[in-house]
Design a protein around this ligand. Structure first.
Ligand code: TMP
Length: 204
């Protein structure tokens, strides 16, 4: 089973994905917990390039292809082998992020992204995606002052990212579950666990 977490900046997806992994491990499941971009030595180096505020003015096509390059590496080396071993894979961001950030907000045709994504993902796609939705201003405040290259972008860019995510969720309601990132953390986590356990039982 492949579970991904998505959301605008500061949505708390890392907190929720981490809590879910701890819970699943306590239940006795074997879990691979990873993140995008990153998760392998090469992909973490690519992450460094992508998020470095010093790399000002990087072309959006270069940016999109670097995210895809990092994805190709983690899918082949980590995600696919783990799924073959019947582990539950939990990944903090995946291809929806490229659609939202470089597609909807960055202006690259989403169909082109999906086509290139076929090379990077080898056809692997999430069974379930939790979209932690948050007001963009609130999220950026939570993200703090020490911002990376993407977080530094103007508010309208982040608004477009959020709209993009919501559009993806609207188009794929069975896969993408919108969770409200503000409010009671335990309550949101409980809802996430319920969805995952139901899916686990339906797959056994
Ligand atoms: P993170 O800080 O949530 O780990 O993600 C790193 C940043 O990269 C975040 O600003 C979202 C951005 N991103 C993209 O723009 N495109 C992508 O395909 C992915 C995976 C992340």
């Amino acid at each position: 089973m492949f579970i991904t977490f998505e959301g605008p900046e500061g949505s708390g997806k890392s907190t929720h994905s981490g809590l879910l992994c701890d819970f699943l491990r306590r239940k006795g499941f074997k879990v691979l917990y990873t993140r995008e971009p990153g998760g392998t030595a090469v992909s973490e180096k690519i992450r460094g390039i992508l998020l470095d505020p010093g790399n000002k003015g990087m072309d959006v096509a270069c940016e999109m292809l670097l995210y895809m390059a990092a994805r190709a590496e983690i899918v082949k080396r980590e995600i696919l082998p783990a799924l073959k071993k019947r582990k539950i894979v939990v990944c903090d961001r995946f291809q929806d992020a490229t659609l939202a950030y470089q597609g909807y907000a960055g202006g690259i045709d989403v169909n082109v992204i999906k086509k290139i994504g076929k090379i990077a993902t080898l056809g692997v796609s999430p069974d379930i995606t939790f979209l932690l939705d948050i007001d963009v201003k609130k999220g950026l405040r939570r993200a703090g002052k020490n911002r990376d290259r993407i977080e530094r972008r103007p508010l309208r860019y982040h608004e477009a990212v959020r709209k993009g995510y919501l559009d993806i969720a609207r188009k794929e309601p069975r896969r993408v579950k919108i969770m409200h990132a503000v409010g009671d953390l335990d309550e949101t986590q409980r809802k996430i666990r319920d969805v995952v356990l139901k899916l686990c039982h339906s797959k056994i």
